[in-house]
Design a protein around this ligand. Structure first.
Ligand code: ADP
Ligand code: MG
Ligand code: MG
Length: 883
């Protein structure tokens, strides 16, 4: 078996299509090498090795060692060096690389292969002892941290103390001699902590690092990240071993990161940061403040330090050519890592860049207009989930604000919350339902859970490509980073900015688009949904097959939905109308009535109110279908519960408290979810449904007369298990509907259908379809009844199920294809067999979830219905699942 794939020197054994086997980083390094870009040679150990490693008790497959050493000597030949050689030592980096970029994995180890002997060889060869020892100290520290897992504070402290003793400020002030002394100190620390000396055998170093990468695939941080991002454990990681190039060879060397377009706004200009005389992770770690890439950015930010364009014009010119080549090749915005070794440019990584939702939209629309991609590709470039960011508020420009702090605008959006200083606390408070803003000096992969829990993130250190910035953008959290004036007190109970104190627990508001933090909660406004958004949505609408409706009861929600492009209402829950203050009294009278006559009297009071509700709804939705569900919840939900409440209600509505109490007691059920609800109410108390149907039909007639336009009421009977239930109710519904039409002397189409939310209904859908003109899958209840799992009670154990992998996803968020999905498919097939033109839709929470929408497309339903704010998400997801 081939376990190792080489690249470099103008060719490669792998390519970009091999991400599954080579990981993202390895596949793209191979692709760049084949494109003829300057990539230091190296090789990738495949993800299959990772799988074998775990399948065989952490042992490597046979033949791997030989393949690695062969690949390594080939790399040495290409660069004219030899791994472990005393005079011409090949140094390598060892880099993890999963299919999807994954913080939480082992960090990269640079300069591997340096020992007490080879470091002297490197010094002689380069003629630069300072550079050689700088590389060696970096290596010892990195290797000790990420491979040997020693405490890194000791190393940092030693260096700090050393620099203070010499009055140095920057690492670049250190001389070769200084580094030699620090190295001696480092080695002592290693020996003390490890109980043996720092490994002096390059071979041992290499395998130590490779072991560590594969080992990190299942460390806690990686596990957490995978869980949050639904990355299967079976994917495994690859390992990349690559010849070193050196950005720390003095003033003509540098290292940097760049995006081919602005990842925050999507603007079409190069964007990035670089550091002179530095290596790899210096940029990301925020140790020194990086310089800008372009002159334009330097001027915009009012920086003094020259940009790369100005300081290294030739290398910059090369880089720009690479940008163009890569963007045209990948036809997407690229996120690039590069190093300049003595004026020569080397490419170390490229990938499709993470971006904000706003940037994703702009880039997709721009690239389509530039002719780089087609409309349908543009539609697929935007993650429907991410639209959420855009559909949410930003700061009200007219609201007064009290600015506390400025920093870099690292990830847009506005959020308010209590200040917290550590990630565990952020997570805990968020679980209690509090909004928190995580404030840190800087973040690391250990903060992922806290960043996820927080509404927004603020850091004191780090640039636009720092860990905090990158992760926050990916998560869609507003983030302000590099706020240099922010001083977090050691006690972690307050921070100060220029003498002003902000306590833990104080509310602040952050504006990630502007890079500002304000005291208190600043009001927000809804976003403008025109421009790129509107354009992309019209492309999506062209591409999709399914209709998108909204779940709405109030005229306001219905209007929001229509503005967001909803094509009707898929679920109007009539009981929501019953709770309003002016009608709950009549509803309670109805419930308390001892006789049918008493009930009818109360219902007569409710009728005009319901009718006017429906009129308002139909007016917003003229020309579109509106599905109205008849009363569904058990009646006791409308009664007061505690004795106190009962007294109060009795007093305010002049009812008898004892009567109320008795009735509430009588209606109490052991398991209301499976109790006297849904169509069972209609069977027991036909007059309730009769009133509702009358209200619906009278409203439809009124609006037709008023507007001249049709409304198509779709009257939906909930919780049907047997055909007979629907048959019984349908006779009455038709009777009333027809008599209302006759009274109004109007013709108007209406449909009668049912929810499919019980397994029995799904399994007998062929019979039910004899009565039902449409099915709407109520996947919330269908999930509950299929799993025998109460959504409201599952919160206590669902996390256990998720953590232990019994559920990969929360089935109430993403539809369970295997079980619930199978029932849906059966119902679709059986329903269509009886009634080929039966209308089919889904109205559970799943209707707004992109993954579930994909299933709904596969199942061939006619529409999805979701909450009004998710309508655009559903439109886009519906398009993508068709494409
Ligand atoms: P990450 O996935 O955390 O970005 P990488 O493997 O990309 O980790 O490594 C981080 C940085 O280390 C790179 O951006 C680059 O600057 C530096 N680096 C990695 N390999 C080499 C190399 N062979 N020569 C020089 N620098 C390297
Ligand atoms: Mg890293
Ligand atoms: Mg990288």
């Amino acid at each position: 078996t081939k376990w190792v794939y080489g690249f470099g020197g103008g060719s490669a054994e792998g390519d970009a299509s091999m991400k599954n086997l080579l990981g993202g980083k390895g596949a793209n390094l191979a692709e760049m090498a084949s494109l003829g870009l300057p990539v230091p040679p190296g090789f990738t150990i495949t993800t299959d090795v990772c799988s074998e490693f775990y399948a065989n008790d952490r042992k490597y497959p046979e033949g791997l060692k030989a393949q690695v050493s062969e690949a390594l000597s080939k790399v040495g030949k290409t660069v004219g060096m030899d791994f472990g050689d005393k005079s011409k030592p090949l140094l390598v980096s060892v880099r993890s690389g999963a299919r999807a970029s994954m913080p939480g994995m082992m960090d990269t180890v640079l300069n591997l292969g340096l020992t007490d002997e080879t470091v002297d060889g490197l010094a002689k060869l380069s003629g630069d002892a300072r550079f050689a020892y700088d590389s060696y100290r970096r290596f010892i520290q990195m290797y000790s941290d990420v491979v040997l897992e020693l405490d890194h504070h000791a190393f940092e402290e030693l260096l700090e103390t050393y620099k203070e003793g010499r009055d140095y400020f920057l690492d670049t002030e250190m001389t070769a001699d200084d580094w030699v002394k620090v190295i001696a100190g480092y080695k002592k620390i290693v020996e003390e902590q490890l109980g043996r000396p720092f490994p002096q055998d390059p071979e041992e170093q290499l395998w130590g690092a490779i072991d560590a990468v594969f080992g990190s695939w299942r460390n806690d941080r990686a596990n957490t990240y995978r869980r949050l991002h639904h990355i299967p454990e079976s994917w495994g990681t690859a390992v990349n071993v690559q010849a070193m190039v050196f950005g720390n060879m003095g003033e003509t060397s540098a290292t940097g990161v760049a995006f081919t377009r602005d990842p925050s706004t999507g603007d079409n200009h190069y964007y990035g940061e670089f550091l002179i005389n530095a290596q790899g992770e210096d940029v990301v770690a925020g140790i020194r403040t990086p310089q800008t890439l372009t002159k334009r950015a330097r001027e915009a930010q009012g920086e003094d330090e020259p940009s790369m364009e100005e300081a290294m014009p030739d290398a910059y010119g090369e880089l720009v050519k690479v940008f163009e080549k890569l963007e045209n090749h990948y036809r997407d915005m690229q996120d690039i890592e590069f190093t300049i070794q003595d004026k020569k440019l080397w490419m170390l990584q490229t990938r499709n860049g993470k971006r904000t939702a706003k940037a994703a939209l702009k880039i997709a629309v721009d690239m389509c207009k530039e002719g780089l991609i087609k409309e349908n590709e543009a539609v697929c470039r935007v993650d429907p989930h991410s639209l959420d960011q855009l559909l949410h508020p930003s700061l009200d420009p007219d609201a007064p604000r009290d600015q506390v702090l400025t920093g870099l605008p690292a990830s847009p959006g506005a959020a308010s919350g209590e200040v917290v200083f550590n990630s565990d606390e952020a997570e805990r408070l968020a679980q209690e339902g509090k909004a928190v803003i995580l404030v840190r000096v800087e973040t690391s992969p250990e903060d992922i859970h806290g960043m996820h829990a927080a509404k927004g993130i603020v850091t004191a250190r780090g640039g636009m490509t720092s860990h905090a910035a990158v992760v926050a953008r990916g998560m869609g959290r507003p983030c302000v980073c590099g706020a240099g004036d922010l001083k977090i007190d050691k006690s972690e109970t307050f921070f100060t900015v220029a003498g002003r104190k902000v306590q833990k627990g104080d509310t602040v508001t952050i504006d990630g688009a502007e890079g500002r933090v304000y005291a208190g909660a600043v009001p927000t406004v809804q976003p403008e949904l025109s421009g790129d958004f509107a354009e992309l949505m019209t492309w999506a609408d062209k591409a999709r097959r399914m209709r998108v409706r909204a779940n709405a009861e109030t005229p306001h929600d219905a209007q929001v939905a229509r503005d967001f492009g909803a094509e009707g209402i898929g679920l109007c829950r009539t009981e929501h109308m019953f709770f309003e203050a002016d009608r709950i009294i009549a509803v309670r009278e109805m419930i308390l009535a001892e006789s049918k006559k008493g009930r009818e009297e109360a219902l007569a009071k409710i009728l005009p109110m319901q009718r006017s509700d429906f009129e308002k709804l139909f007016r917003v939705m003229t020309g579109l279908p509106v599905t109205i569900r008849l009363l569904d919840p058990p009646l006791h939900e409308f009664l007061p519960h505690s004795d106190e409440e009962i007294e109060e209600v009795a007093k305010s509505s002049s009812m008898d408290a004892q009567l109320l109490k008795d009735r509430a007691h009588k209606l109490k059920e052991f398991n209301p979810m499976l109790g006297h609800r849904g169509c069972r109410l209609g069977v027991s108390y036909p007059e309730i449904y009769e009133m509702q149907v009358r209200a619906i039909m009278e409203a439809a007639c009124a609006i037709k007369k008023e507007t001249g336009e049709d409304v198509t009421p779709e009257i939906m009977v909930p919780l049907v298990a047997k055909r007979e239930e629907l048959a019984l109710l349908k006779v009455r519904i038709d009777e009333i509907a027809l008599s209302v039409l006759k009274e109004n002397n109007l013709k108007l189409d209406y449909l009668i259908g049912t929810m499919i939310e019980l397994p029995r209904a799904a399994l007998t859908a062929d019979f039910i379809a004899e009565e039902a003109e449409f099915f709407s899958f109520g996947t919330n209840d269908l999930t509950q009844t299929t799993f025998g799992l109460s959504r409201d009670d599952s919160a206590s154990f669902l996390p256990d199920y998720m953590r232990q992998g019994v559920f990969e996803r929360d089935p109430f968020v993403t539809l369970d294809r295997e079980g619930v999905g199978a029932l849906v498919k059966i119902a679709v097939e059986k329903g269509r067999k009886t009634r080929p033109d039966i209308k089919l839709g889904i109205c559970g929470e799943h209707g707004g979830d992109p993954d579930s929408i994909r299933f709904v497309e596969d199942a061939g339903l006619d529409y999805v219905s979701c909450s009004p704010y998710r309508t655009p998400i559903a439109r886009l997801a519906a398009a993508q699942s068709k494409l």
